[in-house]
Design a protein around this ligand. Structure first.
Ligand code: SF4
Length: 288
């Protein structure tokens, strides 16, 4: 616990318990007078505003901009310090193995996938071995990762196309990768960033989605839109590292239910509504 900070529980209303609030004027109390002795002018009735206008007004009034470059820089620096050697947790020895492992990791865990892939790649060492299979033949080997029917089709389909159209080499461009069955931007970004060291996008998985929203780096829920938002504010050369660091943070500390905020190294930069412990103001709109 940082010295001098008194832990506070975020209240349901989203405002900080114990935080100072303007007290409402008492009924019948005389109007407050300003220094010149004139009564404060009565505020004009407020017109209803759209959520966007309200957000813009709030931003301009408070001066707080969650995606201000200085704030984003601080978040990146904090993550760098916390996870200096973060990388992809999926065991792999080649671009093909990483591609297969990433496909298998959908709706599963890296730990589970890492339990399956060593035997899988021993049984089928090359992409050509996968291309020669029928999807049904692969099912028993990847059954424990879940969604094994679809994943079998994706892996065999990706292998066949890689052999038929790319000479057995995993392609190195986003468009070509996206042409492979079962490969969407998340998988393509993992392969391009981790194996080929190309920052073509930000990996948006469940952890990146949740934490980016908690940190108010995006308000979006859709992975493609979240990625677009993040690509706007994270320097390109940091896209892959940022993804890995956030994913590690999501596994270790900023978990989905009951994030370990008291142990979080970037707690002071986070105003998430579902924090479990806070030394800063809570923002109701910052939700995972
Ligand atoms: S303070 Fe809590 S909610 Fe915010 S990033 Fe850290 S663990 Fe996640």
């Amino acid at each position: 616990m940082p010295r001098g900070n008194v832990p506070r529980q975020p209240s349901r209303s989203g405002s900080q318990e114990g935080a100072r609030r303007k007290s409402a004027p008492l009924k019948g109390a005389r109007p407050k007078r300003v220094a010149e002795g004139r009564p404060e002018s009565r505020p004009s009735p407020k017109k209803p505003t759209s959520a966007k206008a309200a957000a813009a007004k709030k931003k301009s009034l408070s001066g707080y901009d969650p995606v201000a470059p200085e704030r984003v820089k601080e978040i990146i620096a904090g993550l760098d310090q916390l996870y200096p050697s973060a990388t992809c947790a999926l065991t792999h020895r080649s671009a093909w193995e990483l591609l297969v492992a990433t496909i298998l990791s959908a709706q599963s865990t890296d730990v589970r996938v890492n339990m399956v892939t060593p035997a899988l790649f021993q049984k089928y060492p090359a992409v050509q071995d996968f291309a020669a299979l029928e999807p049904e033949q692969l099912q028993p080997d990847i059954y424990s990762t879940g969604f094994f029917r679809n994943k079998s089709k994706s892996v065999v389909g990706a292998a066949r196309k890689t052999v038929a159209e790319f000479g057995g080499q995993v392609p190195q461009t986003m468009d070509e990768l996206l042409s492979l069955p079962g490969v969407a931007r998340k998988t393509a970004n993992v392969v391009l960033g981790t194996w080929f060291k190309k920052n073509e996008g930000v990996v948006v998985d469940t952890h990146v989605t949740r934490i980016s929203r908690r940190l108010e780096l995006t308000q979006q829920e859709d992975a493609v839109k979240i990625e677009q938002d993040l690509m706007q504010i994270i320097p390109r050369e940091r896209w892959t590292d940022f993804s890995h660091e956030v994913i590690w943070h999501g596994r270790k500390v900023c978990v989905a239910r009951g994030p370990k905020c008291a142990d979080c190294g970037i707690e002071k930069l986070c105003h998430a509504a579902d924090k479990t412990w806070s030394t800063v103001e809570i923002h109701p709109s910052a939700k995972g």
